[in-house]
Design a protein around this ligand. Structure first.
Ligand SMILES: Cc1ncc(COP(=O)(O)O)c(C=O)c1O
Length: 490
């Protein structure tokens, strides 16, 4: 009876929208709950029973159930199964009791694609979640003092939108940092403060490419960039990454790029460092097609071994590289401040459009950050973070040692806050990541970042968020789960 109901709804959803199966099942169950067809307190069949009744893979069923549990529709009671939550959040209970329609809102095709592909799991912050720094170390009291000081000193202009590309002292501080540490040759005027890399990417896509133009991306890719380009209506052409970074072939040049998005100093997520010949090749290709390169330098502050790398922007003779940086990793992501360095010939257009499209502001916050940098607090936060992440990275590498060998190796551990454990192609990395998720640890499957290719398997494992003690404790748990999967291949 339940399975018939779910299958009918899933069939309807699959005709209406091109949703993946786990999303169809999730949506069908969610509606059954909201419509009262599954009553509060009801016990659900086990995932094994649902797998059999619905003739779906277990991964599909588990992914749908996990999502419903994360959103509070289901509750697990140890030893007795899974139940429909009796205390659904108020807005959802209301939808259920009244006759407000619960069918999917009519989204645009783009809206549907944006809300159903490359979605970050809501249960993100657990030991080993990639891409997250440890913001518990942020000096909150000091930050509060600086903010209070700037709010006290604030004069009316500071409360207005900012039309100059951001607070001048912050732009100066960023320019000084980039000149010294990233060899980016620049003048202060080229720095534009944004609300982070996501906004910088949108601005680049909006100003430098037209709807339907092609952007080259790395495959596997950073989800945030894929979404920024989807949202701006660009055609994405994904190019496989090898151990030297994005590796375009002559055939790729048939899809002439207007933009090339890349993470050369630590490819996200494989960790590949782009070699010098590859950097030169990319600059030559960009020149040939009169394309712009968007260099996302998201975690270069954390380099643990190997010589310091200079940026791609530092090699650019032609002024066609735009350099994107963020304070999300060194300070905290909710700060929502980053920077974009644009070639001189783009400065006026970018400032104007940034003002018109985004109405930037937050000047007292920018002033506090500028002072935080000028007084040396940024440098000491960075020093402390580097030291602490180096220990965590070492500890994780130690824990993963028993997994390494014929079937598994590590890439990208020289820099950043994550590494990538590369696994053989016959291994289902998404199922392994789910199994590890059931242990209360979050790692991401490398294949989940792939746009087209089907030959990259592995686990993307973060060491930034988890304290050293958690890595010491859970590293061996993670390693055992991986080892038992690898043992099946022998
Ligand atoms: C590749 C990459 N770029 C940029 C960012 C930071 O983006 P934002 O400044 O929008 O927080 C991240 C964060 O996870 C990232 O992984």
């Amino acid at each position: 009876m339940l399975s018939e109901l779910l299958l009918t709804e899933m069939a309807r959803l699959s005709q209406q929208d091109n949703m993946p199966l786990h999303r169809q099942l999730y949506e069908a169950m969610r509606r059954a709950i909201l419509d009262g067809k599954l009553a509060a307190g009801d016990r659900l069949p086990s995932s094994r029973e649902l797998t059999q009744d619905l003739k779906l893979s277990r991964n599909t069923v588990v992914a749908a159930l996990n999502q419903l549990a994360v959103e509070g529709y289901l509750l697990s009671r140890v030893g007795s199964g899974t139940y429909i939550n009796e205390n659904l959040p108020r807005s959802q209970a209301r939808a259920r009791n009244s006759h407000i329609p619960t069918h999917l809102p009519r989204l645009s095709r783009r809206g549907t694609a944006l809300s159903t592909t490359f979605c970050a799991n809501q249960l993100e912050i657990q030991p080993f979640t990639p891409g997250i720094a440890d913001f518990s170390a942020f000096p909150v009291a000091l930050w509060q003092r600086l903010q209070n000081k700037h709010w006290r000193m604030t004069y009316p202009e500071m409360l207005d939108y900012s039309y100059s590309g951001g607070h001048a002292p912050l732009r100066r501080a960023v320019a000084d940092y980039l000149r010294v540490f990233r060899s980016v040759p620049l003048e202060v005027d080229q720095v534009i403060i944004t609300s982070g890399t996501q906004q910088s990417l949108e601005l680049c896509a909006q100003l430098l490419a037209d709807h339907g133009d092609t952007v080259w991306l790395e495959d596997p890719a950073y989800w945030g960039a894929v979404k920024a380009f989807m949202a701006t209506g660009l055609h994405t052409h994904a190019i496989a990454v090898d151990e030297h970074g994005i590796a375009p072939t002559p055939a790729d040049e048939n899809h002439a790029p207007r933009l090339i998005y890349t993470t050369p100093s630590h490819q996200y997520p494989t960790g590949a460092v782009m070699s010098l010949p590859r950097r030169q090749q990319l600059l030559t290709i960009a020149g040939r097609h009169d394309a712009w390169i968007l260099e996302d330098d998201y975690d270069s502050e954390f380099r643990f071994s190997g010589p310091p790398l200079s940026s791609l922007a530092g090699l650019d003779q032609d002024q066609r590289v735009l350099y994107l940086g963020s304070f999300s990793k060194v300070l905290y992501p909710g700060l929502k401040l980053g920077y974009l360095v644009v070639p001189k010939r783009l400065v006026a257009a970018f400032k104007q459009a940034h003002y018109d499209l985004n109405r930037p502001g937050q000047m007292p916050l920018q002033a506090a950050l500028a002072e935080f940098i000028e007084l040396g607090h940024f440098a000491s936060a960075l020093r402390r973070a580097r030291h602490s992440y180096a220990q965590r990275r070492e500890c994780l590498l130690q824990a993963l040692q028993p997994c390494l060998g014929q079937h598994a190796h590590i890439s990208g551990a020289e820099q950043g806050l994550h590494l990538c454990l590369r696994l053989p192609n016959q291994l289902d990395d998404k199922a392994l990541a789910l199994r590890i998720g059931n242990l209360g640890l979050t790692v991401r499957a490398l294949s989940a970042y792939c746009v087209h290719r089907n030959d990259a398997r592995g686990l993307v494992i973060g060491y930034g968020y988890a304290p050293l003690a958690a890595i010491e404790r859970y590293g061996p748990v993670l390693a055992r789960a991986i080892q038992s999967e690898l043992a099946l291949l022998d």
